[in-house]
Design a protein around this ligand. Structure first.
Ligand code: PEP
Ligand code: MN
Length: 353
């Protein structure tokens, strides 16, 4: 198994003293890259926007004295040029940059032929194609390795996380690009330091290739993302406690147990699909009557009843509200699509009669 890539450092570089405290607490052997935000893309004006160019010198000083490799975020051509000429070893594109193909292309052009690793965070919206597009633009241009960083996706409704992990999206990226390394940023997913550890463990359980973690010598005073940064000590204990699972079970007994349970799961999946097909068939039949009687496809009261009942059943069977809500939304959407199809077909047939 390849060694995990570990990137750690403050959300924003604030002062030479802040960096010094972090560098003293970490060892270059366990942390491959020291991260630091020099230019901060803030959602709202008036928030801390970073120390700017002078912070690059403070970072490079740590490279000389402690031996850390350095990584920072770049969002414009000028920032790429400044970071490269200062001696930064790798760069990342942030979530607010990946959303815009024009910006990504400009950065790709500025990095043309350069042999440094470039990390591309997912866009803030859950759009796998936009993420892949950014990775492709960068890969076509740079000579160094291109890697992905999963940092979660914004949503209007907050469940537990600041940015929803929607793990199926990075998993789908792994499946499409098996040779590309993808790491996780549990800090921006979690939004709160208490949650960082469990997100990091989940990333390892899902075979991510490493982590980018925000740390600060005194998180309470941090000028950005104060709630999610760990102290260097908390970070080290977390890294030591994380379990790195292998892909296969090592004992024959465990393997055969897993094998037996997988058979049962495959069997249940068949039944699930059969049930879903039956359910959809009934929806289509209702669609025919709705069409004949000119009744609307969407029946808000009925939908509310279905979801409330499903949530109650889920609670009794220990299936989470989040999962039931997501699942029934997909089922309901497919039902609506089916009924709309039936109606279109019947209208078309009757117009030909
Ligand atoms: C950051 O890493 O501090 C940052 C701004 O991240 P993101 O682009 O994921 O919001
Ligand atoms: Mn941050």
């Amino acid at each position: 198994m390849q060694k995990k890539i570990i990137i750690a450092g403050p959300c924003s570089v604030e002062s030479p003293e802040q960096l010094e405290l972090i560098a003293q607490a970490l060892s270059p052997g366990s942390v491959e890259y020291l991260r630091g935000g020099i230019w901060k893309p803030r959602t709202r004006p008036g928030s801390y926007e970073g120390v700017g160019e002078k912070g690059l010198k403070w970072m490079v000083d740590l490279k000389t004295r402690f031996g850390f490799k350095l990584i920072t975020e770049v969002a414009t051509v000028a920032q790429v040029e400044k970071a490269l000429s200062a001696g930064i070893d790798a760069v990342w594109l942030g979530a607010r940059t990946t959303v815009n193909p024009f910006y990504v292309q400009q950065i790709a052009d500025a990095l043309k032929g350069i042999d440094i690793p470039v990390f591309v965070k997912n866009p803030i919206n859950p759009d796998l194609h936009l993420w892949i597009g950014a990775l492709e633009r960068i890969s076509k241009s740079v000579n160094g390795e291109v890697l992905a960083i999963h940092r979660g996706f914004s949503s209007f409704r907050k469940f537990k996380y600041r940015n929803q992990p929607q793990w199926t999206i990075p998993i789908s990226l792994m499946q499409q690009f098996p040779a590309m390394r993808i790491i996780c940023d549990p800090s921006h997913i979690a939004g709160e330091r208490e949650v960082v550890h469990e997100v990091a463990q989940q990333a390892y359980d899902l075979q991510f290739d490493g982590l980018m973690v925000e740390i600060h010598p005194n998180p309470a005073t941090a000028k950005s993302d104060s709630a999610q940064q760990l102290t260097p000590d908390a970070f080290k204990s977390m890294i030591d406690a994380l379990i790195i699972p292998g892909l296969e079970a090592t004992s024959a007994i465990a393997s055969s147990k897993i094998e037996a349970m997988r058979k049962r799961i495959d069997d249940l999946d068949e039944k699930l699909i059969d049930l879903l097909a039956k359910r959809m068939k009934l929806s289509s039949s209702i669609g025919e009557i709705k069409s004949e009687e000119s009744i609307s496809v969407l029946q808000p009261q009925r939908w509310k009843w279905i979801l409330t009942r499903a949530l109650g059943l889920g609670e009794k069977s220990n299936v989470s509200e989040e999962f039931i809500t997501a699942l029934f939304n997909v089922i309901h959407e497919e039902s609506i699509n089916r009924q709309v199809e039936v109606m279109k077909k019947q209208n078309f047939d009757s117009s030909r009669r």
